[in-house]
Design a protein around this ligand. Sequence first.
Ligand code: HEM
Length: 367
Amino acid sequence: MLVARSLLILIFASLVMTASLMTGPANFAYAQENDPAALQGAVPGGTTEAGSSDAELWRQIRQGNQGTVAGANPRSGLMIQSEGERWRQIRNSELPMYSAIAILGMLILLSIFFAIRGRIRIEHGRSGHTITRFNLLERASHWLLASSFIVLALTGLNLIFGRSLILPWLGADAFAFITVTGKYIHNYVGFAFMVALVLVAVLWVMHNIPNRHDVVWLLKGGGMLGGGHPPAKKFNAGQKIIFWVVILCGISISMSGWALLNPFTTTMMADTAQLSNSILGTSFPTEFAAVQEQQLQSIWHSAMAVFMIVVIIAHIYLGTVGMEGALDAMTSGEVDENWAREHHSIWVDEVNADNKDVAAGKPQPAE
Ligand code: HEM
Protein backbone atom coordinates (compact mmCIF):
# COMPACT_ATOMS: atom_id res chain seq x y z
CA MET A 1 0.00 0.00 0.00
CA LEU A 2 2.82 2.34 0.98
CA VAL A 3 4.61 1.48 -2.26
CA ALA A 4 1.43 1.98 -4.34
CA ARG A 5 0.80 5.37 -2.71
CA SER A 6 4.37 6.55 -3.43
CA LEU A 7 3.99 5.49 -7.06
CA LEU A 8 0.76 7.47 -7.39
CA ILE A 9 2.50 10.55 -5.95
CA LEU A 10 5.30 10.06 -8.47
CA ILE A 11 2.92 9.87 -11.45
CA PHE A 12 1.22 12.98 -10.13
CA ALA A 13 4.56 14.85 -9.85
CA SER A 14 5.44 13.91 -13.49
CA LEU A 15 2.09 15.17 -14.70
CA VAL A 16 2.41 18.39 -12.72
CA MET A 17 5.92 19.08 -14.02
CA THR A 18 4.92 18.56 -17.65
CA ALA A 19 1.61 20.39 -17.30
CA SER A 20 3.30 23.35 -15.64
CA LEU A 21 5.64 23.54 -18.61
CA MET A 22 2.74 23.39 -21.04
CA THR A 23 0.81 26.30 -19.60
CA GLY A 24 2.23 29.31 -21.38
CA PRO A 25 0.75 32.19 -19.32
CA ALA A 26 2.03 30.69 -16.07
CA ASN A 27 5.49 30.50 -17.60
CA PHE A 28 5.30 34.07 -18.72
CA ALA A 29 4.36 35.06 -15.19
CA TYR A 30 7.36 33.07 -13.94
CA ALA A 31 9.66 34.83 -16.40
CA GLN A 32 8.33 38.20 -15.33
CA GLU A 33 8.67 37.40 -11.64
CA ASN A 34 12.27 36.34 -12.12
CA ASP A 35 13.16 39.13 -14.44
CA PRO A 36 12.17 42.55 -13.06
CA ALA A 37 13.38 44.20 -16.26
CA ALA A 38 10.79 42.30 -18.28
CA LEU A 39 8.11 43.21 -15.74
CA GLN A 40 8.60 46.91 -16.42
CA GLY A 41 8.93 46.45 -20.13
CA ALA A 42 12.59 47.39 -19.93
CA VAL A 43 15.34 45.66 -21.82
CA PRO A 44 17.38 43.58 -19.33
CA GLY A 45 20.88 44.81 -18.73
CA GLY A 46 19.75 48.43 -18.74
CA THR A 47 20.09 48.76 -22.50
CA THR A 48 17.63 51.32 -23.75
CA GLU A 49 17.18 53.15 -26.95
CA ALA A 50 17.54 56.89 -26.34
CA GLY A 51 16.90 56.32 -22.64
CA SER A 52 13.57 54.54 -23.08
CA SER A 53 12.31 51.19 -24.34
CA ASP A 54 9.25 50.06 -26.18
CA ALA A 55 7.40 48.20 -23.44
CA GLU A 56 4.80 46.80 -25.82
CA LEU A 57 7.38 45.49 -28.29
CA TRP A 58 9.39 43.95 -25.48
CA ARG A 59 6.26 42.33 -24.02
CA GLN A 60 5.45 40.79 -27.37
CA ILE A 61 8.96 39.43 -27.73
CA ARG A 62 8.82 37.93 -24.22
CA GLN A 63 5.46 36.35 -25.04
CA GLY A 64 6.99 34.49 -27.96
CA ASN A 65 5.91 36.70 -30.82
CA GLN A 66 7.36 35.10 -33.91
CA GLY A 67 8.52 37.01 -36.98
CA THR A 68 9.38 35.67 -40.40
CA VAL A 69 12.96 35.19 -41.46
CA ALA A 70 13.72 35.11 -45.16
CA GLY A 71 16.07 32.44 -46.43
CA ALA A 72 17.14 31.24 -42.98
CA ASN A 73 15.90 28.58 -40.56
CA PRO A 74 12.23 29.56 -39.99
CA ARG A 75 12.62 28.76 -36.26
CA SER A 76 15.04 31.67 -35.84
CA GLY A 77 12.06 34.04 -36.21
CA LEU A 78 11.37 33.34 -32.53
CA MET A 79 13.66 35.74 -30.68
CA ILE A 80 12.95 34.82 -27.05
CA GLN A 81 11.17 31.72 -25.86
CA SER A 82 10.26 32.52 -22.26
CA GLU A 83 9.04 28.98 -21.50
CA GLY A 84 12.64 27.88 -22.00
CA GLU A 85 13.53 29.45 -18.66
CA ARG A 86 10.93 27.32 -16.91
CA TRP A 87 12.14 24.24 -18.78
CA ARG A 88 15.70 24.91 -17.69
CA GLN A 89 14.59 25.28 -14.08
CA ILE A 90 12.62 21.99 -14.15
CA ARG A 91 15.40 20.17 -15.99
CA ASN A 92 18.17 21.33 -13.67
CA SER A 93 16.51 21.43 -10.27
CA GLU A 94 12.99 19.98 -9.95
CA LEU A 95 13.60 16.89 -12.09
CA PRO A 96 16.79 15.80 -10.27
CA MET A 97 15.22 16.59 -6.89
CA TYR A 98 11.99 14.58 -7.42
CA SER A 99 13.92 11.78 -9.15
CA ALA A 100 16.31 11.45 -6.20
CA ILE A 101 13.41 11.47 -3.73
CA ALA A 102 11.56 8.80 -5.73
CA ILE A 103 14.52 6.46 -6.21
CA LEU A 104 15.88 6.79 -2.67
CA GLY A 105 12.31 6.61 -1.33
CA MET A 106 11.74 3.29 -3.06
CA LEU A 107 15.05 1.89 -1.79
CA ILE A 108 14.16 2.95 1.76
CA LEU A 109 10.64 1.48 1.51
CA LEU A 110 12.01 -1.84 0.26
CA SER A 111 14.60 -1.92 3.05
CA ILE A 112 11.87 -1.31 5.64
CA PHE A 113 9.71 -3.97 3.99
CA PHE A 114 12.60 -6.44 4.02
CA ALA A 115 13.35 -5.64 7.68
CA ILE A 116 9.71 -6.29 8.66
CA ARG A 117 8.70 -9.14 6.34
CA GLY A 118 12.08 -10.72 5.57
CA ARG A 119 12.45 -12.97 2.54
CA ILE A 120 9.16 -14.49 1.38
CA ARG A 121 9.92 -18.18 1.78
CA ILE A 122 8.39 -21.21 0.07
CA GLU A 123 6.12 -22.05 3.02
CA HIS A 124 6.07 -25.81 2.43
CA GLY A 125 9.72 -26.01 1.38
CA ARG A 126 10.90 -27.22 -2.03
CA SER A 127 9.05 -30.28 -3.30
CA GLY A 128 11.80 -31.39 -5.66
CA HIS A 129 9.31 -31.42 -8.58
CA THR A 130 9.52 -28.60 -11.08
CA ILE A 131 7.19 -27.28 -13.72
CA THR A 132 8.05 -25.22 -16.77
CA ARG A 133 7.15 -21.56 -16.28
CA PHE A 134 8.85 -19.71 -19.15
CA ASN A 135 10.27 -21.13 -22.40
CA LEU A 136 13.56 -20.01 -23.97
CA LEU A 137 11.96 -17.32 -26.15
CA GLU A 138 10.16 -15.83 -23.15
CA ARG A 139 13.32 -15.79 -21.05
CA ALA A 140 15.47 -14.38 -23.87
CA SER A 141 12.92 -11.61 -24.49
CA HIS A 142 12.77 -10.82 -20.77
CA TRP A 143 16.55 -10.58 -20.46
CA LEU A 144 16.86 -8.46 -23.60
CA LEU A 145 14.26 -6.11 -22.10
CA ALA A 146 15.97 -6.16 -18.69
CA SER A 147 19.54 -5.68 -19.93
CA SER A 148 18.63 -2.94 -22.40
CA PHE A 149 16.54 -1.16 -19.76
CA ILE A 150 19.34 -1.27 -17.19
CA VAL A 151 21.83 0.18 -19.72
CA LEU A 152 19.30 2.89 -20.67
CA ALA A 153 18.58 3.62 -17.01
CA LEU A 154 22.27 4.00 -16.06
CA THR A 155 23.21 6.13 -19.07
CA GLY A 156 20.01 8.19 -18.64
CA LEU A 157 20.51 8.74 -14.90
CA ASN A 158 24.02 9.97 -15.70
CA LEU A 159 22.41 12.74 -17.76
CA ILE A 160 20.23 13.75 -14.79
CA PHE A 161 22.69 13.36 -11.90
CA GLY A 162 26.14 12.97 -13.50
CA ARG A 163 27.16 16.63 -13.35
CA SER A 164 26.55 16.89 -9.64
CA LEU A 165 27.45 13.33 -8.53
CA ILE A 166 30.13 12.01 -10.91
CA LEU A 167 31.85 15.05 -12.45
CA PRO A 168 33.36 16.32 -9.15
CA TRP A 169 35.26 13.10 -8.43
CA LEU A 170 35.90 11.86 -11.97
CA GLY A 171 37.14 15.16 -13.43
CA ALA A 172 35.97 16.95 -16.57
CA ASP A 173 37.79 14.88 -19.22
CA ALA A 174 36.80 11.44 -17.97
CA PHE A 175 33.25 12.60 -17.25
CA ALA A 176 32.92 14.08 -20.74
CA PHE A 177 34.16 10.80 -22.23
CA ILE A 178 31.75 8.56 -20.33
CA THR A 179 28.85 10.94 -20.93
CA VAL A 180 29.36 11.24 -24.68
CA THR A 181 29.92 7.47 -24.99
CA GLY A 182 26.88 6.88 -22.75
CA LYS A 183 24.75 9.15 -24.91
CA TYR A 184 25.56 7.15 -28.07
CA ILE A 185 24.97 3.87 -26.24
CA HIS A 186 21.66 5.28 -24.95
CA ASN A 187 20.56 6.27 -28.47
CA TYR A 188 21.26 2.85 -30.00
CA VAL A 189 20.24 0.57 -27.12
CA GLY A 190 16.83 2.28 -27.24
CA PHE A 191 16.06 0.21 -30.34
CA ALA A 192 16.89 -3.10 -28.59
CA PHE A 193 14.54 -2.01 -25.79
CA MET A 194 11.72 -1.34 -28.29
CA VAL A 195 12.16 -4.75 -29.94
CA ALA A 196 12.14 -6.50 -26.55
CA LEU A 197 9.10 -4.51 -25.47
CA VAL A 198 7.14 -5.72 -28.51
CA LEU A 199 8.26 -9.34 -27.91
CA VAL A 200 7.27 -9.28 -24.22
CA ALA A 201 3.95 -7.57 -25.01
CA VAL A 202 3.03 -10.16 -27.64
CA LEU A 203 4.17 -13.16 -25.58
CA TRP A 204 2.43 -12.20 -22.32
CA VAL A 205 -0.51 -9.94 -23.11
CA MET A 206 -3.05 -12.80 -23.00
CA HIS A 207 -1.92 -13.74 -19.50
CA ASN A 208 -2.22 -10.17 -18.27
CA ILE A 209 -5.85 -9.43 -18.98
CA PRO A 210 -7.47 -8.65 -15.62
CA ASN A 211 -9.96 -11.19 -14.21
CA ARG A 212 -12.07 -11.57 -11.05
CA HIS A 213 -9.24 -13.38 -9.18
CA ASP A 214 -7.22 -10.16 -9.41
CA VAL A 215 -9.85 -8.27 -7.40
CA VAL A 216 -9.67 -10.85 -4.60
CA TRP A 217 -5.86 -10.83 -4.81
CA LEU A 218 -5.74 -7.04 -4.45
CA LEU A 219 -8.32 -6.99 -1.63
CA LYS A 220 -6.15 -9.46 0.28
CA GLY A 221 -3.01 -7.40 -0.47
CA GLY A 222 -1.50 -10.39 -2.28
CA GLY A 223 -1.44 -12.33 0.99
CA MET A 224 0.85 -9.79 2.67
CA LEU A 225 -1.90 -8.97 5.16
CA GLY A 226 -2.06 -12.59 6.32
CA GLY A 227 -4.60 -15.29 5.46
CA GLY A 228 -2.34 -17.16 2.99
CA HIS A 229 -1.60 -16.56 -0.68
CA PRO A 230 -4.74 -15.74 -2.69
CA PRO A 231 -5.29 -17.91 -5.81
CA ALA A 232 -3.86 -16.62 -9.10
CA LYS A 233 -3.46 -17.71 -12.70
CA LYS A 234 -0.09 -17.45 -14.51
CA PHE A 235 0.36 -13.84 -13.37
CA ASN A 236 -1.16 -12.37 -10.20
CA ALA A 237 -2.61 -8.85 -9.98
CA GLY A 238 0.69 -7.37 -8.72
CA GLN A 239 2.54 -8.78 -11.71
CA LYS A 240 -0.17 -7.57 -14.08
CA ILE A 241 0.31 -4.05 -12.73
CA ILE A 242 4.07 -4.36 -13.39
CA PHE A 243 3.35 -5.70 -16.89
CA TRP A 244 1.04 -2.82 -17.85
CA VAL A 245 3.34 -0.19 -16.31
CA VAL A 246 6.23 -1.64 -18.35
CA ILE A 247 4.22 -1.75 -21.58
CA LEU A 248 2.52 1.66 -21.29
CA CYS A 249 5.52 3.55 -19.87
CA GLY A 250 7.77 1.67 -22.30
CA ILE A 251 5.68 2.88 -25.27
CA SER A 252 5.55 6.42 -23.89
CA ILE A 253 9.33 6.51 -23.26
CA SER A 254 10.01 5.05 -26.72
CA MET A 255 7.79 7.63 -28.46
CA SER A 256 9.27 10.59 -26.58
CA GLY A 257 12.75 9.13 -27.17
CA TRP A 258 11.99 9.02 -30.89
CA ALA A 259 10.94 12.69 -30.75
CA LEU A 260 14.20 13.60 -28.99
CA LEU A 261 16.25 11.65 -31.55
CA ASN A 262 14.51 13.47 -34.41
CA PRO A 263 14.18 17.06 -33.19
CA PHE A 264 11.55 19.37 -34.68
CA THR A 265 9.90 16.63 -36.73
CA THR A 266 7.03 15.60 -34.42
CA THR A 267 4.05 17.30 -32.77
CA MET A 268 3.16 14.51 -30.33
CA MET A 269 2.90 16.81 -27.29
CA ALA A 270 0.59 19.23 -29.09
CA ASP A 271 -1.47 16.27 -30.37
CA THR A 272 -1.66 14.79 -26.86
CA ALA A 273 -2.76 18.14 -25.42
CA GLN A 274 -5.46 18.35 -28.09
CA LEU A 275 -6.63 14.80 -27.35
CA SER A 276 -6.68 15.49 -23.61
CA ASN A 277 -8.70 18.68 -24.15
CA SER A 278 -11.31 16.91 -26.25
CA ILE A 279 -11.56 13.72 -24.16
CA LEU A 280 -10.82 14.88 -20.61
CA GLY A 281 -12.01 18.49 -20.96
CA THR A 282 -8.61 19.92 -19.93
CA SER A 283 -7.59 23.30 -21.31
CA PHE A 284 -3.95 22.84 -22.28
CA PRO A 285 -2.61 25.09 -25.02
CA THR A 286 -2.35 23.14 -28.27
CA GLU A 287 0.07 25.31 -30.24
CA PHE A 288 3.69 24.90 -29.22
CA ALA A 289 6.76 26.46 -30.76
CA ALA A 290 8.94 23.69 -32.23
CA VAL A 291 11.49 24.18 -29.46
CA GLN A 292 8.79 23.96 -26.76
CA GLU A 293 7.62 20.63 -28.19
CA GLN A 294 11.20 19.36 -27.62
CA GLN A 295 11.32 20.77 -24.09
CA LEU A 296 8.07 19.04 -23.17
CA GLN A 297 9.31 15.79 -24.69
CA SER A 298 12.53 15.98 -22.70
CA ILE A 299 10.76 16.42 -19.36
CA TRP A 300 8.14 13.79 -20.17
CA HIS A 301 10.78 11.27 -21.31
CA SER A 302 12.84 11.72 -18.15
CA ALA A 303 9.89 11.71 -15.73
CA MET A 304 8.37 8.54 -17.25
CA ALA A 305 11.76 6.85 -17.27
CA VAL A 306 12.35 7.65 -13.59
CA PHE A 307 8.86 6.37 -12.77
CA MET A 308 9.63 3.12 -14.59
CA ILE A 309 13.03 2.82 -12.87
CA VAL A 310 11.31 3.10 -9.47
CA VAL A 311 8.78 0.38 -10.39
CA ILE A 312 11.54 -1.85 -11.77
CA ILE A 313 13.62 -1.50 -8.59
CA ALA A 314 10.66 -3.04 -6.71
CA HIS A 315 10.35 -5.73 -9.41
CA ILE A 316 14.05 -6.63 -9.21
CA TYR A 317 13.81 -6.81 -5.41
CA LEU A 318 10.91 -9.30 -5.57
CA GLY A 319 12.55 -11.32 -8.36
CA THR A 320 15.79 -11.77 -6.36
CA VAL A 321 16.28 -11.26 -2.61
CA GLY A 322 12.61 -10.58 -1.84
CA MET A 323 11.16 -13.98 -2.75
CA GLU A 324 12.65 -17.47 -2.52
CA GLY A 325 12.26 -19.50 -5.72
CA ALA A 326 11.20 -16.63 -8.03
CA LEU A 327 14.45 -16.19 -9.95
CA ASP A 328 14.42 -19.83 -11.16
CA ALA A 329 11.52 -18.86 -13.44
CA MET A 330 13.80 -16.53 -15.40
CA THR A 331 17.04 -18.53 -15.25
CA SER A 332 16.26 -22.21 -15.94
CA GLY A 333 12.59 -21.53 -16.69
CA GLU A 334 11.62 -24.33 -14.25
CA VAL A 335 9.99 -23.50 -10.90
CA ASP A 336 9.41 -25.68 -7.87
CA GLU A 337 5.84 -27.02 -7.75
CA ASN A 338 5.34 -25.84 -4.15
CA TRP A 339 6.41 -22.29 -5.08
CA ALA A 340 4.08 -22.36 -8.05
CA ARG A 341 1.16 -23.72 -5.97
CA GLU A 342 1.64 -21.04 -3.31
CA HIS A 343 1.80 -18.10 -5.74
CA HIS A 344 -0.13 -19.28 -8.81
CA SER A 345 -2.44 -22.08 -7.66
CA ILE A 346 -4.95 -21.85 -10.54
CA TRP A 347 -2.13 -21.84 -13.09
CA VAL A 348 -0.65 -25.04 -11.57
CA ASP A 349 -4.06 -26.78 -11.83
CA GLU A 350 -4.35 -25.67 -15.46
CA VAL A 351 -0.83 -26.93 -16.31
CA ASN A 352 -1.44 -30.27 -14.56
CA ALA A 353 -4.77 -30.70 -16.35
CA ASP A 354 -3.09 -29.96 -19.71
CA ASN A 355 -0.29 -32.43 -18.92
CA LYS A 356 -2.86 -35.12 -18.10
CA ASP A 357 -4.63 -34.44 -21.38
CA VAL A 358 -1.34 -34.73 -23.25
CA ALA A 359 -0.57 -38.00 -21.45
CA ALA A 360 -4.04 -39.30 -22.36
CA GLY A 361 -3.46 -38.26 -26.00
CA LYS A 362 -6.29 -35.69 -26.06
CA PRO A 363 -6.00 -32.96 -28.74
CA GLN A 364 -4.57 -29.67 -27.41
CA PRO A 365 -5.89 -26.20 -28.29
CA ALA A 366 -3.42 -24.04 -30.25
CA GLU A 367 -1.60 -21.54 -27.94
C1 HEM B 1 18.07 -7.85 -13.04
C2 HEM B 1 16.86 -7.48 -13.20
C3 HEM B 1 15.61 -8.35 -13.23
C4 HEM B 1 15.31 -9.52 -12.58
C5 HEM B 1 16.18 -10.28 -11.60
C6 HEM B 1 14.00 -9.92 -13.00
C7 HEM B 1 13.34 -11.06 -12.58
C8 HEM B 1 12.12 -11.49 -13.03
C9 HEM B 1 11.47 -12.72 -12.67
C10 HEM B 1 12.04 -13.76 -11.71
C11 HEM B 1 10.28 -12.78 -13.31
C12 HEM B 1 9.27 -13.94 -13.27
C13 HEM B 1 8.30 -13.83 -12.13
C14 HEM B 1 7.39 -15.05 -12.12
O1 HEM B 1 7.83 -16.15 -12.39
O2 HEM B 1 6.22 -14.91 -11.82
C15 HEM B 1 10.14 -11.58 -14.09
C16 HEM B 1 9.04 -11.22 -14.85
C17 HEM B 1 8.90 -10.02 -15.53
N1 HEM B 1 9.88 -9.06 -15.71
FE1 HEM B 1 11.69 -9.03 -14.81
N2 HEM B 1 13.53 -8.98 -13.86
C18 HEM B 1 14.48 -8.01 -14.04
C19 HEM B 1 14.40 -6.87 -14.82
C20 HEM B 1 13.29 -6.51 -15.57
C21 HEM B 1 13.17 -5.29 -16.32
C22 HEM B 1 14.26 -4.23 -16.40
C23 HEM B 1 11.94 -5.29 -16.88
C24 HEM B 1 11.30 -4.26 -17.77
C25 HEM B 1 11.86 -3.20 -18.22
C26 HEM B 1 11.26 -6.50 -16.46
C27 HEM B 1 9.98 -6.86 -16.82
C28 HEM B 1 9.34 -8.01 -16.44
C29 HEM B 1 7.95 -8.29 -16.71
C30 HEM B 1 6.97 -7.38 -17.48
C31 HEM B 1 7.67 -9.56 -16.14
C32 HEM B 1 6.31 -10.27 -16.12
C33 HEM B 1 5.45 -9.73 -15.02
C34 HEM B 1 6.02 -10.00 -13.64
O3 HEM B 1 6.41 -11.13 -13.34
O4 HEM B 1 6.08 -9.04 -12.87
N3 HEM B 1 12.12 -7.23 -15.68
N4 HEM B 1 11.29 -10.81 -13.91
